[in-house]
Ligand binder design. Sequence first.
Ligand SMILES: [Fe+2]
Length: 271
Amino acid sequence: AKHACIITDPGVYEAGLTDPVKQQLSKAGLAVDVFSEAEPEPTFTRLNAMAEKLSKEGYDLLVGVGGGSCMDLTKGLSAILTHGGKGEDYSGVNKVPGSVIPIFALPTTSGTGSEATRVGVFRDPEKGQKLATISPYLLPRLALVDPVLTYGCPPHVTAASGIDALVHAIEAYPCTRANNFSDALAFEAMRLIAGSLRTAVKNGSDKQARGDMAEGALMAGIAFGNSGLGAVHAFAHVLGGCFQVPHGVANGLFLPYVIEYNLSANVVKYA
Ligand SMILES: [Fe+2]
């Protein structure tokens, strides 16, 4: 690669988290730009506008530094900058026609697991929907999961993104497509997240808790990437699409009711 673009949001940029990433890429001989216009719960409108601004630069590496929204936007940009068109064209399953500009992902929250999945989620505000773009081509080539990047994540974001990660593990486990591989990761992710989420919210610089959360969220991401999710995410995407409720908060609202409803279908796993 010769020309990289770091995709991030204003908060992550101001916190200085992209500086060491830029330095390392520059040291490796790449020209590096930083584009900090990502937004939380990103819309197709924002994705398309960002793509238009970046389309003439000839980037051959995109580096997402931030939470799920930054990494998802990086995936969407990679599809558009490679194959043209608009974000909506790639919405759905296997709509990306071929390989894309390589993606590196560096999560600054422990939540979506987007660094290890083929999924990007975008909002269509007019239709009040959140839609997933799912393609194996969108799997990041490199995921650098360093809990140090999450130390500055504020308590309410730590809580919401942490619940998202926990729900990924809880939904991946009883999923009808679950397998021994996803079960092992989902189970360990639940153990790590349940044991450390409260401490990570209370004390953001607790090394042990942040480390457990980073590993747990990554494992949960790989788990659901290999099994699937459930009704909590389906409902949360409607609530997020219509009312912009943050993804993790929406998940937390539905979790107890979905567990209660699903319980009788798989008593062994829910027990
Ligand atoms: Fe999620």
